[in-house]
Ligand binder design. Structure first.
Ligand code: GAR
Length: 228
């Protein structure tokens, strides 16, 4: 099965189901973190452009020079900042630099979209309960690296992706949204990854809207909002 697989040919189960997320106030300001290709970054930018997500990407943070995600940001006219992890002495130092960029950009939510570094409490506490990650498995199965390989090795018949809140324990925070896909007997890492990617691009923009909507309900920002 190829990456050009039509959406209608790609069976899935998505929960909570896709629908309109009402974010009728100011757009949510996002900072996106990505390490590589950036297809999820692209899907989020496209959802914003299509007005399926009331948000704005203030800045892209990427850590690998030459990563394709930076070209995508340029095409969308979104500012990007390279923080090459090789130039930092520790994970904490790297995260301090990232926090500074994200705070300067005044982002509301941090969106890890293919960020392939473990993040530390320096970042997690600076944006407590306001960092989302997408992981290519049905958590809590197959945490950590090589999630798709792990799923194939375990011979599971259903795989998928999960959007969750980032907490200090890797791939463990509250689950916001999941999509499940079948695993076929002849699947390779690439074919299964392509099937999962299609679902990631559907659920991530929606999950961002859901998470932002939920947190706005919890923290009324003005007196008038408290009566809504
Ligand atoms: C996505 O499949 C995402 O789930 C995965 O990296 C890919 C990035 O693709 N993330 C992780 O494995 C994090 N542990 P993209 O760069 O095309 O968005």
């Amino acid at each position: 099965m190829s990456s050009s697989l039509a959406l209608s040919d790609s069976p899935s189960l998505i929960s909570p189901r896709l629908g309109q997320v009402a974010l009728d106030r100011l757009p949510v300001k996002l900072g996106v973190m990505s390490s590589g290709s950036g297809s999820n970054f692209e899907a989020i930018a496209q959802a914003i452009s299509d007005q399926r997500l009331n948000a704005q990407i203030e800045v892209l943070v990427y850590n690998n020079p030459g990563a394709a995600v930076n070209d995508r940001a340029t095409r969308w006219g979104i500012p990007s900042m390279l923080v090459d992890h090789r130039a930092f002495g520790s994970r904490e130092e790297l995260d301090r630099a990232i926090v500074q960029i994200l705070q300067t950009a005044e982002v509301d939510w941090v969106i890890m979209a293919g960020w392939m570094r473990i993040v530390t409490p320096v970042l997690i506490h600076a944006f407590d309960q306001r960092i989302l990650n997408i992981h290519p498995s049905l958590l809590p199965s197959f945490k950590g690296n090589r999630a798709i390989e792990q799923a194939l090795e375990a011979k599971v018949k259903i795989a998928g992706c999960t959007v969750h809140i980032v907490v200090p324990e890797v791939d463990s925070g509250e689950i916001i949204m999941q999509a499940a896909v079948p695993v076929f007997p002849d699947d390779t890492v690439e074919t299964l990854q392509n099937r999962i990617h299609i679902q990631e691009h559907l659920v991530y923009p929606q999950a961002i809207g859901l998470a932002a909507q939920h947190s706005r309900k919890q923290v009324p920002q003005t007196a008038s909002e408290m009566t809504v």
